[in-house]
Design a protein around this ligand. Structure first.
Ligand code: ACO
Length: 425
């Protein structure tokens, strides 16, 4: 294997080191490319660009492998609790019982949000999308904790911000739903664990007792673990690299997740399945639409920028979907349509040739629906799960003192020209 890459430009050969990761991933280190050659690379959408080295998550899109800190996603989804996985991602190792207890207690202490924040909710229109509300609310937290704006504060103070965020996101997420419903907010119950507390704040009413179904708690725990990290989160790392505070940085991550080509796909998938159902369930017709280059329709929940094989999370979710629906005694026609769609697409030459497999969002919406989560909240659920990964990415980046993220470009606009008076244009 070569340990240098040679590039010939204008008759001169330049050498650049080859960097090899612990899973044998190889990269050409071009950090000195512009200094030595005057050239930059051009890679729209960063399909070939490794922005950093990282010890957090390994994924192999060709083989369909995903590991957090070396632990296979299958084992974590089967055996761990969400907060255990959050600890692993953020601090690098699985916690001991004592470490986990301390972590949980600290998070439980910070679940309340400042009473003044309730007034912000009142100002949003009833139809406000909860992702817009959540992103703004998370950024607003920075105004209540101005000390978090100081990039040079102690590691202990940074840790407090991390715990506050983990504690308050479920409260703000549940309240964004309550607000849309114009239902009274439910305060957190600190004796409940993370997932149970979130479900309680979402679905309980002050007027009656509410028992959280353990099957629902377990399902949510699994879904959040599957979403907890997915290696590079460029938005979070880029915003964080400017030394913006953690609340603003995570708010940017939430906004980046919102789009239908990313986390917003889970909402799009269920809306697509409902449309197909209402249209008579003719799966072949919708597959044909997805293949038609004149038609902007895409099969939502299919394809992934890095997985060119079955998304390992989709495999786990598909099985969980069958288990959960049967445990809850739900017979959802959407699941049947999804399975038919998957079968047709997997056998179709168009999808095979482009390595388009179901992704994590394909089945997650059906589970969320079964758990009683409204469609507009699906992407909020994704954000809830992804928070530890974003925090881990931010923490690693700040600890490594990475430089500000600022890609170059190749300018293709006008060359210099003189200003023309408006009367002469
Ligand atoms: N349905 C139909 N055709 C598709 C789909 C799809 N879902 N996805 C990709 N293609 C086609 C493209 O039209 C393109 O075809 P072409 O080569 O003939 O032009 C080819 O497959 C490659 O597609 P790109 O968009 O170039 O692939 P990229 O890696 O940039 O995009 C993406 C990945 C955005 C996820 C894409 O597959 C997509 O739009 N999927 C649907 C949305 C979705 O499910 N997003 C969630 C992803 S998971 C996540 O973010 C958590």
């Amino acid at each position: 294997m070569s340990n240098v890459a040679k590039i010939e430009l204008d008759g001169t050969v330049y050498e650049f080191p080859v960097v090899v990761g612990s899973e044998n991933e190889k990269a050409i280190d071009i950090s000195k490319l512009r200094d030595t050659t005057g050239y930059v690379t051009l890679d729209t959408g960063y399909k070939n660009t490794g922005a950093t080295t990282s010890k957090i998550t390994f994924l192999d899109g060709e083989e369909g492998i995903l590991r957090y800190r070396g632990y296979p996603i299958e084992q974590l989804a089967e055996k761990a609790s969400f907060l255990e996985v959050a600890y692993l991602l953020i601090y690098g190792e699985l916690p001991t019982q004592a470490q986990l207890d301390e972590f949980k207690t600290s998070i439980q202490k910070h679940t309340l949000v400042h009473e003044d924040m309730k007034q912000f909710f009142e100002a949003y229109p009833a139809k406000a999308h909860p992702m817009g509300v959540l992103s703004s609310m998370i950024c607003s937290l920075s105004t209540f904790y101005p000390e978090s704006l100081d990039p040079n504060r102690s590691a202990e103070a940074k840790n407090l911000t991390i715990h506050r965020l983990l504690a308050k996101l479920p409260t703000l997420a549940a309240w964004s739903y309550k607000n849309a419903m114009r239902h009274p907010f439910m305060y957190p119950r600190n004796e409940f664990d993370y997932c149970k507390n979130f479900l309680y704040m979402m679905f309980a009413m002050p007027t009656e007792d509410y028992n959280v179904d353990p099957v629902v708690v377990e399902a949510l725990n699994k879904l959040l673990i599957l979403h907890a990290d997915h290696e590079q989160k460029s938005t979070v790392r880029i915003v964080g690299s400017s030394q913006a505070n953690l609340y603003a940085t995570i708010s940017a991550g939430i906004s980046a997740l919102w789009g239908p080509l990313h986390g917003g796909a889970n909402q799009e998938v269920i809306e697509m399945l409902e449309k197909i159902h209402q249209d008579g369930g003719d799966v072949d017709k919708w597959v044909a639409k997805a293949k038609d280059k004149e038609d902007p329709f895409r099969l939502m929940g299919f394809g992934h920028r890095v997985y060119k094989n079955f998304d390992p999370r989709a495999k786990i979710i598909k099985k969980a979907c069958d288990d959960i629906l049967s445990k809850l005694g739900i017979n959802d026609p959407m699941l049947e349509i999804a399975k038919k769609l998957e079968k047709v697409a997997l056998e179709d030459e168009y999808f095979k040739a482009r390595n388009l497999y179901p992704n994590v969002d394909f089945y997650s919406g059906i589970i969320y629906k079964a758990l009683g989560i409204p469609t507009e909240m699906f992407t909020v659920m994704f954000a809830l799960g992804r928070l530890p990964g974003w925090i881990a990415q931010w923490k690693e980046m700040t600890e490594n003192k990475e430089p500000i993220g600022r890609p170059r470009q190749i300018y293709t606009g006008e060359t210099p020209r003189d200003y023309v008076e408006i009367s002469k244009r």
